[in-house]
Design a protein around this ligand. Structure first.
Ligand code: BG6
Length: 296
């Protein structure tokens, strides 16, 4: 279902029969909302988000491609998050043969202007779908369509902003004892110690070679998000905390308390594609009452 969103930007609304829903802006190929079958919002979207190019929308799920962070010559997090995507008229088949009830297929190809800043021809297909249970699935397929025989290399992240009731009550499980690059310390490498990860100050880390399943436990809401990923070895964890929150024009001063970014990513080892080759990276999110997850 296609309609006009904020500032007249085109958006697609996905609805599953049991009541879950999602909203996707063509601007950025950006998921801005994901609701469970009780109509509760599961993603954080800043009240100050600017829905206007060239600013990426603050919240939801920005796509970072072909660069992550400032690790390269392009703008921060690459350009995919502030380009206009279109509906893919030639989408890949569904593995089961039957399409789900609620899905959309988007595509991004470089414009002549894009080719000046990143001289690589590509087709980036993004499929966003809801399962009957309300799980949100994102599948990215990136193909090298260079005609000059040249490979290209890229980094990638699903920069997911989860909505949490109180960041001090949140725990992340699945990253303990892993190595990470600390973006607050010049991306130096450290090893995470001890127990599940909790939050009491600014965090900006790239966990390396993580398990495919990461859990975000919101104690107060009695809700657990489960993130499953495929093709994306790393996971970024970010909360700007008080000082950085105040410094961001498109983010409320207190909003850091109600969000946490956990991002399925490929950062440490960028992906290289030869012409004709395609890469696939998937992130699957579910939100379940915590009582069902005890013992995880
Ligand atoms: C995170 C990065 O993924 O995104 C942080 O690790 C960065 O370093 C944050 O501050 C937000 O980036 P931006 O460009 O959307 O403000």
């Amino acid at each position: 279902e296609r309609s006009k969103g904020i500032n007249g930007l085109d958006k697609i609304v996905l609805r599953e029969v049991r009541g879950s829903s999602a909203e996707v802006y063509l601007y950025g190929g950006h998921v801005t909302s994901w609701k469970n079958d009780h109509g509760e919002e599961l993603l954080f979207l800043s009240s100050k988000a600017i829905f206007k190019p060239p600013k990426a929308i603050r919240g939801g799920i920005p796509i970072c491609f072909p660069q992550f962070s400032n690790l390269g010559f392009l703008e921060q997090h690459g350009f995919a998050r502030n380009r206009f995507w279109t509906i893919d008229t030639d989408p890949p088949p569904f593995p089961t043969g039957t399409p789900p009830k609620a899905f959309v297929d988007l595509i991004l190809k470089p414009t002549d202007e894009d080719l000046k800043i990143w001289p690589q021809s590509f087709e980036f297909r993004l499929r966003i779908s809801l399962s009957p249970a309300g799980d949100l699935m994102l599948t990215s397929r990136i193909r090298n369509t260079n005609s000059d025989g040249k490979p290209f290399t890229f980094a990638f992240a699903y920069h997911t902003y989860f909505s949490v009731s109180d960041i001090s009550e949140v725990r992340v499980e699945g990253l303990e004892t892993l190595d990470y690059l600390d973006s607050l310390q010049n991306k130096e490498r450290f090893t995470e110690q001890g127990d599940a990860i909790t939050f009491e100050s600014e965090v900006d880390k790239i966990y390396l070679g993580t398990p495919t399943k990461i859990a975000i436990l919101d104690h107060e809401k009695k809700r657990t998000f489960v993130l499953r990923k495929d093709g994306l070895p790393d996971a970024v964890v970010w909360n700007p905390w008080e000082k950085k929150a105040k410094a961001m024009a498109d983010f409320g001063d207190e909003e850091y308390k109600h969000m946490l970014c956990v991002e399925a990513a490929a950062v440490e080892k960028p992906i290289t594609l030869k012409p004709g080759e395609e890469w696939r990276g998937r992130q699957e999110l579910s939100a379940v009452p915590s009582s069902y997850c005890s013992g995880q």
